[in-house]
Design a protein around this ligand. Structure first.
Ligand SMILES: NC(=O)c1ccc[n+]([C@@H]2O[C@H](COP(=O)([O-])OP(=O)(O)OC[C@H]3O[C@@H](n4cnc5c(N)ncnc54)[C@H](OP(=O)(O)O)[C@@H]3O)[C@@H](O)[C@H]2O)c1
Length: 320
C-alpha cells in the first residue's frame, strides 16, 4: 500500500456530522488539527435533494468527502419502514457520490455496514463473501442500498480512477448513539434498560442471549477513517471491526456490572434471536496498519458516562 496524505488544510466535507459516526469523525479530525472542515445539518442541506446537493458542491468544492449521513435504525425500524430505508439511503448516497465525481472530489469514503453480507455466511466474514447468498430479510432494504453505494464507488474507481472506497463497520456504539428503545441497536438499548431499572427492578430482554456479536467503539472507527486519509486504499472496501465477539448474555452482564444493576433479568425466548453469529474478518484492514485500541469495557464505561450526562436531551428518531 502506498501512502498519500491529505494535508490539514484540505477542504473535507463530513456528511452527517451530528450523527454518532459523523460526530466522532469530526472530533477526531479536529483533534488531529484539520482546519478546513465543511459540515451541514439536514435542515440546511437535505441530501435527498439533488439540486441542493449540486449547488452545495459547486460552492464548496470539497477535496475529500466522508459520507456518514444515512437513515439508520435497528430491526424494528427497518421492518416497519422498509421504503424509507431503501429510498432515503439510495437517494442521498447517489446524490453525494455523483456530485463528488462531477465537482472533482479526489477522495470519498463511503460508510456502509456489515449487514451487506449474506445471512448464512462463513464466520469470520471476509470481504470476498459479498453477494454470495441471500441477505438477512429484516434489514435487506438498508443492506441493498449500502451494497449499491459500495458498487457506485467501485465503478467510479474502476472507470475513472477515482479514489472512492468504502469502510464496512461492525456494530458501533459510543457517544451520540441512539438510545430510543423503538429504534436503537442492542448495546445502547441494554445501557438504557439497565440504567432505568436501577438499583434492582426486573429487566426484560429479548431472545435467549446466545447470539454472538462484535462491537466497535465509534472513536476506533473514526481512527480508521483518518488512517485512510493517509493511505491509498489497495481495495474497494474494508471491514472495520475488532475481530472479537461475545454473546448477548455476556454483553448484558458486562453492562449490568458497569451500571451497577442488581435486579432480576428475564429473557423472553419467544422473541427472535437473529443470526447466531456475526463477526468480521479484519485481516485486510490490519494489513494496512490499522487496528482498534479501545477495549469493550473501557468503551462501554465511556458510553455510559455520556448517556448519564446527556439523558435529558437524547435524540428521538422520527421516520416520515
Ligand atoms: N450505528 C451503527 O452501529 C453503524 C454500524 C455500522 C455502520 N454504520 C454506518 O455509519 C453511518 C452513520 O451512522 P450513524 O450511526 O452515525 O447514524 P445517525 O447517528 O443516525 O446519524 C445519521 C446522520 O445522517 C444525517 N442525515 C440523515 N438523513 C439526511 C438527509 N436526508 N440529509 C442530510 N443529512 C442526513 C443526519 O443529519 P442531521 O443530524 O443533521 O439530521 C445524521 O446526523 C451510516 O452509513 C451507517 O450505515 C453505523
Amino acid at each position: 500500500m502506498s501512502t498519500a496524505s491529505i494535508d490539514t488544510h484540505t477542504p473535507i466535507y463530513v456528511a452527517g456530522h451530528r450523527g454518532m459516526v459523523g460526530s466522532a469523525i469530526l472530533r477526531t479530525l479536529n483533534r488531529d488539527g484539520y482546519t478546513n472542515l465543511i459540515t451541514r445539518t439536514s435542515d440546511e442541506l437535505d441530501l435527498r435533494d439533488q439540486q441542493q446537493v449540486n449547488t452545495f458542491f459547486s460552492q464548496t468544492r470539497p477535496e475529500v468527502v466522508i459520507l456518514a449521513a444515512a437513515r439508520v435504525g435497528g430491526i424494528l425500524a427497518n421492518n416497519e419502514y422498509p421504503y424509507q430505508f431503501i429510498r432515503d439511503n439510495l437517494t442521498l448516497q447517489n446524490n453525494v457520490i455523483h456530485a463528488a465525481h462531477q465537482y472533482g472530489t479526489e477522495r470519498l469514503i463511503f460508510l456502509g455496514s456489515s449487514c451487506i453480507y449474506p445471512r448464512e455466511v462463513r464466520q469470520p466474514i471476509r470481504e470476498d463473501s459479498l453477494l454470495t447468498g441471500p441477505l438477512e430479510a429484516t434489514n435487506e432494504w438498508y443492506a441493498v442500498a449500502k451494497i449499491a453505494g459500495l458498487k457506485m464507488c467501485q465503478a467510479l474507481r474502476r472507470q475513472y480512477g477515482r479514489c472512492y472506497f468504502s469502510l464496512m463497520p461492525t456494530n458501533l456504539y459510543g457517544p451520540n448513539d441512539n438510545f430510543d428503545l423503538k429504534t436503537s441497536h442492542v448495546l445502547p438499548a441494554l445501557i438504557r434498560k439497565f440504567h432505568e431499572a436501577l438499583p434492582d427492578k426486573e429487566v426484560n430482554l429479548w431472545g435467549t442471549g446466545s447470539p454472538l456479536r462484535e462491537f466497535l467503539h465509534v472513536d476506533d472507527l473514526a481512527g480508521a477513517v483518518v488512517h485512510f486519509l493517509h493511505h491509498q486504499p489497495g481495495h474497494d472496501f474494508y471491514n472495520i471491526g475488532t475481530g472479537k465477539d461475545l454473546s448477548i448474555y455476556e454483553l448484558s452482564e458486562l453492562i449490568r456490572e458497569i451500571t451497577g444493576h442488581t435486579g432480576k433479568v428475564n429473557w423472553d425466548t419467544s422473541k427472535p434471536d437473529g443470526t447466531p453469529r456475526k463477526l468480521l474478518d479484519i485481516t485486510r484492514v490490519k494489513e494496512t496498519g490499522w487496528s482498534p485500541s479501545i477495549s469493550l469495557r473501557q468503551g462501554i464505561e465511556d458510553t455510559y458516562n455520556w448517556f448519564k450526562s446527556n439523558k435529558s436531551h437524547l435524540k428521538e428518531v422520527h421516520i416520515e
